[in-house]
Ligand binder design. Sequence first.
Ligand SMILES: N[C@@H](CCC(=O)N[C@@H](CS)C(=O)NCC(=O)O)C(=O)O
Length: 220
Amino acid sequence: MADGTVWIGNKRYSSWSLRGWLAVRLAGLDVDEVVIPFVRDGSGGTPGIRAVSPNGLVPYLRHQGAEVFESLAIVEYCAEQAPGFWPQDRVARAAARSWAAEMHAGFAALRKAMPMNLGRARAGTPPAQEVLADITRIEAIFAQALKASGGPYLSGAAMGALDCMYVPVVTRFLSYAVPVAATTRAYCDAARAHPLVARWYEAALAEPKEWQLAHYEDIP
Ligand SMILES: N[C@@H](CCC(=O)N[C@@H](CS)C(=O)NCC(=O)O)C(=O)O
């Protein structure tokens, strides 16, 4: 029997779920995985998610008696089980934690204009100024993190906490064909090719068509 369960939303759309799931899988937690497809019936969220998760949102993790919600808290929980998730060096760790928190709390313009949709592969309307500002800031973070860690992942030779937080941004850069610098592109390619990310994509693209939602599919 597994040590717990991680609840997630549609793999095609749920960027927060991808963070939590990636952390759980990278850390090697033995948990079952339950996908609850999003329902948009005007009742303020998916009833099945509200029924199970304390904050009415996914990802949500139950593991050996611990109940963890909010993707950053799940990443931190997994970091306790997986040494190396954060940099060993205090100064490097402070930077990585700051960038992770910045992602958790910020980049609203990018998230709104380019919602995660793993089934999409085409450029959209030219990004607004505030979206471009988010992209510029994220590329600067990537450049600094890759320089500090030595790459090919933000966390170094293996994916860690910072990658969990930023892989959903990578998917947006790819889905919306965002023109980016060579360093960003190299990281996007490495992240996309990571076996766990490839596994998530494969499952996302195999989800039933009935799970698709206009909110994510109809972005110009
Ligand atoms: N800040 C939360 C955000 C989680 C969140 O917004 N999850 C969305 C899916 S990506 C959700 O569960 N929505 C409920 C619904 O759409 O029914 C986190 O980091 O986990």
